[in-house]
Design a protein around this ligand. Structure first.
Ligand SMILES: [Zn+2]
Length: 328
C-alpha cells in the first residue's frame, strides 16, 4: 500500500514536470562569438598558418589532430547592433560544423550549417538540457535528414542548427537539475526582454541570472544571432503542444512565422502562453531585435515528433524564400 502511494506520488510528480512548459517571452553590445571550425568528416588540407589563440583540443568524437583542419578564427570586432537587414549575412562564411562558445562547465556550444543560401533559418534545441533531451534529438535528426537530402534545403536558405544550447544540463539527464545550466540558471529566463530576477518554472522559483545574458550559453547565442541576423529563429521545447510567437511589445513577423510552422506541423498556434508567467525568454528577445522567433512546444515529453517538425521547417523555408520554385 505504501509502495503504491509512493509510485502514485512519483508518477504525479513526473507528469507535472513533463507537462510543464518552458515557454517564452533590448539591445545588445556584447562581443561577437569566436567561431572555431570543427573538422569536417572528410579531412581537408590544413591551412599553412593560423592564429595561435583559442585553439584547444577538439572533442573525442571528432578525428584526431593529425587530420584536423586548423581552426578558423572569425573576426570578433563587428559592431553587430548596427547590422541592417540588408547586411550581408555571415552564415555563408560559417563552416559546416562550428563551436560558438563554451558552457559553464566548459563544454562546446556546437552548431551546424547546412545549405549555403543567404537567408538563415536557425533551430535551437535543448535549451532545457536533459529535461528535454528529445528536442536535441530532434535537431540531430533534422541535421541527419538535411545532410542526406541536401535538395531539401532551398538554395536561398542556410540552416543553422544548434542541437544543445545547454550541454551541461543535457549531461545531467532527464532530471529537474538537467533543465538548468551548471549555474542553476534557466536559459529561457535569462534574456533581456521582460527579464525578472524572480523567474519561475510553473510554481517553482528558478534562477534567472543576476542580470540578463550573464550566462555563457545565452551570451554566446545572442552574439551568434546578432552576427548572423537570421530570417527566423525557432526554439524547441516540450511539452506544451503549441507554437508560441516571441512577443516583446511589437511583432517582427513572429506571429506570421508561427502560423506557417504550426499549420504545417499540425501544432496549435496563435495563442499566448498562459500556463504561468514567463519572463526573459529567448524568443521574446529575438523578436525584440526585429527577427521572427517562436517557441515550438512539442506535444510529447519523449518523442521528437520528427515528421511534423520536418514539415514545419520546410514550410518556414518557403516562407523565407517564397520565390523558390520548390515552393510553388
Ligand atoms: Zn523547455
Amino acid at each position: 500500500m505504501r509502495a503504491d502511494k509512493t509510485v502514485v506520488a512519483i508518477t504525479a510528480l513526473m507528469v507535472l514536470l513533463m507537462s510543464a512548459a518552458c515557454q517564452s517571452n533590448g539591445s545588445l553590445g556584447q562581443e561577437l562569438p569566436t567561431l572555431i571550425v570543427l573538422p569536417t568528416l572528410s579531412p581537408s588540407p590544413a591551412p599553412t598558418a593560423f592564429p595561435t589563440r583559442d585553439i584547444r583540443p577538439l572533442p573525442t568524437a571528432v578525428p584526431t589532430a593529425a587530420s584536423t583542419p586548423a581552426p578558423l578564427i572569425v573576426p570578433t570586432d563587428t559592431p553587430s547592433p548596427a547590422l541592417s537587414p540588408e547586411a550581408t549575412p555571415a552564415a555563408t562564411t560559417l563552416p559546416d560544423r562550428f563551436v560558438f562558445g563554451q558552457s559553464v562547465e566548459g563544454r562546446d556550444l556546437i552548431g551546424y550549417r547546412i545549405g549555403s543560401g543567404e537567408r538563415v533559418l536557425m533551430l535551437v534545441g535543448a535549451v532545457h538540457g536533459g529535461f528535454e533531451q528529445h528536442t536535441s534529438d530532434l535537431i540531430e535528426q533534422l541535421a541527419d535528414h538535411y545532410r542526406s537530402t541536401p535538395a531539401n534545403v532551398l538554395p536561398q536558405v542556410s540552416l543553422v542548427l544548434i542541437p544543445a544550447l545547454n550541454p551541461d544540463g543535457l549531461a545531467r539527464g532527464r532530471v529537474l537539475a538537467g533543465r538548468l545550466n551548471a549555474n542553476g540558471v534557466d536559459l529561457n529566463r535569462n534574456w533581456p526582454c521582460g527579464w525578472s530576477p524572480n523567474a519561475v518554472f510553473r510554481d517553482q522559483p528558478v534562477g534567472a541570472g543576476a542580470e540578463p545574458l550573464d550566462q555563457p550559453e545565452t551570451r554566446a547565442l545572442a552574439a551568434l544571432i546578432e552576427d548572423l541576423q537570421p530570417g527566423a529563429v525557432l526554439f524547441f521545447h516540450a511539452a506544451a503542444a503549441g507554437v508560441f510567437a516571441g512577443d516583446c511589445g511589437g511583432d517582427a513577423g513572429s506571429a506570421a512565422m508561427s502560423a506557417v510552422f504550426g499549420a504545417a506541423a499540425s501544432y496549435a498556434y496563435g495563442s499566448d502562453f498562459s500556463d504561468y508567467v514567463v519572463t526573459g525568454t529567448g524568443p521574446a528577445w529575438v523578436n525584440s531585435i526585429g527577427i521572427p522567433s517562436a517557441d515550438v512546444e512539442l506535444t510529447s515529453a519523449t518523442d521528437p515528433e520528427f515528421d511534423r517538425n520536418l514539415a514545419g521547417v520546410q514550410a518556414v523555408q518557403c516562407w523565407l524564400a517564397p520565390m523558390s520554385p520548390a515552393c510553388a
